[in-house]
Design a protein around this ligand. Structure first.
Ligand code: ATR
Length: 284
């Protein structure tokens, strides 16, 4: 690989399509506030062109980039080096070049935990039981995050039960697969309830869950951020629960990439949150 064409660091988000991505808004905000002379671009790259695009990163002057659908699995396969988290999840959403090698991380787990740390501080103290709705890629990253934080037990409930069973089998006996019919019972002993499905997203039916069995100090989290406040988050707030909406995870998952590309750890400030929330609200 040849060195970058110029000294100003640049990064991008690679997807197909990618125009909807809010990563440019987030990273350009940080570049501006931290007065870094760098740039962050959108890279619309079809699957067939993705390996060549990434192999050409350095020559194009990129320090790295974010990877979104449908490239996250291929990105993992192309990496010379990955973090422990990415190796476990087999999916990469953040790429960078180090000593000429293509490196990859999955920052969704850190993003989830970072959002809860900020929006529901102390959530993992005496943390015992979580209930996760869904068993896709996001659920997998969140199970990983919860394990790192010392969670003792996770109940997994998914429309397609076999998919939940597959996820559970990758993590061991502390993950138990349940049915939707079991929800009242499992909620009664839960510290944390998380929706990782697309239910509640704009254009989708809400995730209709009776929260009344949930202990009052339980935290409710939803990874959906369009709309900013889902019916689940609204219902949780109405019952007095601490509720963490999906925008926090979106913002926090961006932190590690920015730090790697531009050399400064950015903060998820109320101002940044306001900018991103305004952008989301404008399209709803
Ligand atoms: P992601 O990477 O965002 O997790 P995914 O891997 O496609 O996306 O997973 C989506 C999750 O949302 C899955 O758990 C999916 O359930 P299935 O495994 O049964 O497909 C869940 N999901 C999507 N639409 C849903 C719906 N209308 N009702 C219930 N669950 C739904």
């Amino acid at each position: 690989m040849t060195p970058p064409a110029h000294g100003k660091p640049k990064a991008c988000v690679i997807g197909w399509p990618v125009a909807h991505s809010r990563s440019p808004l987030i990273h350009r905000f940080w570049l501006d506030r931290l007065k870094i002379e760098g740039s962050y671009e959108l890279a619309t790259v079809a699957p067939a062109g993705f390996p060549a695009f990434v192999r050409d990163f350095v020559r194009q002057g990129f320090a790295g980039g974010n990877v979104t659908l449908p490239h996250k699995r291929t990105a993992f396969e192309l990496c010379d080096v990955t973090t422990t988290t990415a190796a476990y999840l087999k999916v990469v959403n953040t790429l960078w070049i180090e000593a000429g090698k293509l490196c990859g991380d999955n920052t969704d787990a850190a993003g989830f935990a970072g959002a809860l740390d900020q929006d529901a501080p102390g959530w993992d103290i005496n943390f015992g039981t979580a209930v996760i709705i869904g068993a896709g890629g996001a659920a997998r990253a969140i199970v990983y995050a919860l394990k790192l934080r010392g969670m003792r037990r996770v109940f997994l409930i998914n429309r397609t039960k076999e998919r939940a069973a597959e996820l559970a089998s990758d993590f061991g006996p502390s993950i138990e697969v349940m049915d939707f019919a079991d929800l009242p019972g499992v909620l009664a002993g839960a510290n944390l309830l998380i929706n990782t499905t697309s239910r509640g997203m704009r254009g989708q039916p809400p995730l209709a869950i009776d929260l009344s069995p949930l202990p009052p100090d339980a935290v409710v989290s939803d990874i959906v951020y369009v709309p900013l406040e889902t019916a689940l988050i609204r219902a949780a707030k109405a019952r007095g629960h601490r509720a963490v909406s999906g925008v926090g995870m979106l913002l926090h998952q961006a932190v590690p990439g920015f730090e790697r590309w531009f050399g400064m750890k950015p903060c998820v400030t109320p101002e940044l949150r306001g900018v991103v929330e305004a952008d989301i609200a404008a399209v709803v």
